[in-house]
Design a protein around this ligand. Structure first.
Ligand code: FE
Ligand code: ZN
Ligand code: FE
Ligand code: FE
Length: 166
């Protein structure tokens, strides 16, 4: 226990986000299938493709730090995904479904933004320039996805969900 350092913390967190991304890449097609709004569907599918690239970036990070790519169960993403599945069941066939799916997707993005933001700061501290660049590329995609979802929510999805407004 005595000698754990920032490098160890970085490696543990890398395994966590690697698990999370692999969970997300499986969850996004289900979210896309469930979504009713074609733009929301398209946003989920687009991000599924980006997520495949993010998994590859993480594999490059493992390589750069000289460790084998390994995943460690992320309790947070398990919980967020479980909530998304609850929404899919409980709001199936309702006008509010898409708003719920969108919110669940934003919870995922916010978790990722938190993780990548932290890991970028640690990699910067540790002087790992190439790693910083890889993490930053993914962080930009997560932020853009979050903003696109906010745009869809406020331009269409929330209004469609609110039957009184329709
Ligand atoms: Fe991601
Ligand atoms: Zn996690
Ligand atoms: Fe976690
Ligand atoms: Fe994401």
């Amino acid at each position: 226990m005595a000698d754990k350092n920032l490098e160890d913390l970085f490696y543990e967190t890398l395994k966590d986000i690697y698990y999370a991304e692999r969970k997300i890449v499986k969850s996004l097609p289900k979210m896309a299938r469930a979504a009713q709004d074609p733009q929301l569907k398209a946003a989920f599918l687009k991000h599924k493709d980006e997520t495949e690239g993010q998994i590859e970036r993480l594999q490059q990070v493992f390589e750069l730090i000289g460790k084998r790519a390994r995943a460690k169960t992320c309790a947070a993403i398990e919980g967020i995904t479980e909530e998304a599945e609850e929404i899919m069941e409980e709001f199936k066939g309702t006008a509010a479904l898409d708003a719920g799916l969108l919110a669940a997707a934003q919870a995922v993005e916010h978790y990722e933004i938190s993780r990548y933001g932290t890991m970028k700061a640690w990699a910067t501290q540790l002087g790992m320039k190439e790693v910083v660049a890889l993490l930053d590329a993914t962080l930009a995609e997560e932020s853009a996805t979050d903003e696109a979802l906010t745009g869809l929510a406020t331009s269409a999805v929330n209004t469609a969900a609110d039957k009184k407004a329709a």
